[in-house]
Every structure is written in C-alpha cells, then in structure tokens.
Design a protein around this ligand. Sequence first.
Ligand SMILES: NC(=O)c1ccc[n+]([C@@H]2O[C@H](COP(=O)([O-])OP(=O)(O)OC[C@H]3O[C@@H](n4cnc5c(N)ncnc54)[C@H](OP(=O)(O)O)[C@@H]3O)[C@@H](O)[C@H]2O)c1
Length: 294
Amino acid sequence: MTILVVGRSGQLGQSLLTALPRQYPDAVFWDRQALDLVQLETIAERLAGLKPQIIINASAYTAVDMAEQETELAYAINRDAVNALAGYCARNDAALIHVSTDYVFDGAADAPYLETAATNPMGVYGASKLAGEQAIAASGCRHLIIRTAWVFSPFGQNFLKTMLRLGGERDELNVVADQIGCPTFAGDLADAIVATLTTINAGTCPWGLYHYAGDAAVSWHEFAHEIFAQARSTGLPTPNTLNAIPSSNYPTPAPRPAWSVLDSGKFEAAFGQSGSNWRAGVSACLQALNQPTE
Ligand SMILES: NC(=O)c1ccc[n+]([C@@H]2O[C@H](COP(=O)([O-])OP(=O)(O)OC[C@H]3O[C@@H](n4cnc5c(N)ncnc54)[C@H](OP(=O)(O)O)[C@@H]3O)[C@@H](O)[C@H]2O)c1
C-alpha cells in the first residue's frame, strides 16, 4: 500500500512527517521540487510513476490575503491541481484524503458548523478551496475531505509564531477579539489523518466530508492570551499589554468570517479522534521551538 503525501514542507506536511512513519514507514513525501502543482500536465504522469493507493493532500495555496490578487494561482492549486489528484484516484481506484477550510463559510452562524451547513465563502481563498472540494466530489473517487481551521505548529508561518515574534519585539499588542474560531494543532490534525488510514486499510472507511478542529472556541485575542500565558511561564518575552480590538480596526484585503467554529463530532464518531486539544498543542509548540537547533 503506497501512501503519498503531497505538500511535505507545509505545517501539516511536516507534522505528517513525524506522525505517519510511526505506522507507515514507507510513506512517500513530495515537496514542490518533486511535484509542482502548477505544472498541471505533469501531475498524472508523476503519479503514474509512483502508483500511490492513497494520496494525502497537505498542499494548498494558503495566502488568504494575497489570493485576492493572485486569483488564478489560488484556483490553479486549490481547484485545478486537486481536480488532477482526484482524477488520478478515480481512474486508478486510489483514495484521496484532502484538507479544506472553515473559510468556505461566511461566519454568519451562531452555532458550531456541521458538515451539512450551507457554504458561502467570503474571499477568493475560501472560494478556491470550495471549488477543490466540489472537484473531488464530482470526480467520483473514494475520498475524505477534512475541513480544519486556525492551524498552528512549530513549522512555517502561523498565528502562534507571529505572536511569539511580536511579543519579543513590542511592549503592547492589539489583537482582534470579534472573530471566534477553533485553533487546531497541526500535530493533532496529522494524528487524526493517521486514524483515518486505519479504517481505510480495514475497508471500513466512512468516506465523505468531515470537520476536524480545536476542541474549544476562542477569539484571536483569547488565543493570544493563552499563548503568552504559556510563553511567560517558559521564560519567553511577552508584551505587558494585550489589547482586544474589533476587526474593523485591523482591516485585511480578504474579509474573515466572524464565526469560524467547526463541530468535530462527526469525525470523532467515525474515527475515534476527538477535536484538537489546542492548549496542549501550544505547549507542544513552545517545547519544540525551545529545542536547540542542530
Ligand atoms: N493554515 C491554516 O490556518 C489553515 C486553516 C484552515 C485550513 N487549512 C488547510 O490545511 C491544509 C494545510 O495547511 P498548512 O497550514 O499546512 O499550509 P502551508 O503551511 O501553507 O503549506 C502549504 C503547502 O503547499 C505547498 N504548495 C503550495 N503551492 C504549491 C505548488 N505549486 N506545488 C507544490 N506544492 C505547493 C507548499 O509548498 P512550499 O513550502 O514549497 O511553498 C506547502 O508545503 C491546507 O489545505 C489548508 O488550506 C489551513
């Protein structure tokens, strides 16, 4: 059973690089050098060379604000390349595990989003990710689409790392308090994906659309507060003042949903993995970031 992870160098890709080989030591990881998803015409040929039976797509165009300008590129990676991966899976009886986003929603709800909730993306990024989901469903391949949210890890760029950097530079920070979501530790998301493989290998996978995100909803301001509380206890520099501001004071090119809370209950029932304990994830990140690099 050849398992291929596309998107090796991203937050999820690197987290899978730790989680997956524990049970699947022969899993293959491709980065952009191994497969540039923009080169659409090469995707089928590269996959035919490896013949994976399971593809985990950890890659995406994730620059939410830049997507408003780089619309074609966002759609090329988030829709067209995903369509090509799904097409390979449909033609070769392979399975696709794909990751999507809370930004397919407009944030107008006031209860956690179920998988059955109506989508209505607010920006190009969310719309391109939704188009990727639709391409997978239309391909007819066996698939899991796992929507997640507010991903953080010791790797790449994310809110936790930005807060730690700014906390070391500034005495006072303003953080948005009127957007609510579920921070998700990429290590937990990687473990959740590994849990789905057990059911795929057993032939019992309940294919379809799932939500998997943090186990407690907070605002960005509350998330920052927790990051700094934990950082302070490890001796890292933190700001003296953390102001809660409305998002109207922090305009961004792409609007964000005010309510991004995903209900992970269906995933937990299907795969036995409860939502990400993101407070423990913050602790794991701080520990990983404090390790001396070789
Ligand atoms: N980050 C979040 O807060 C968040 C929230 C909700 C959903 N998600 C979803 O979760 C998944 C994982 O996100 P993440 O945070 O791990 O993303 P990430 O850190 O931005 O990583 C994205 C990966 O995609 C790769 N990639 C981009 N363009 C490519 C191309 N043309 N060819 C090959 N690879 C390419 C990147 O390669 P390079 O390293 O070479 O650029 C990188 O490895 C994505 O599907 C994302 O949409 C993320």
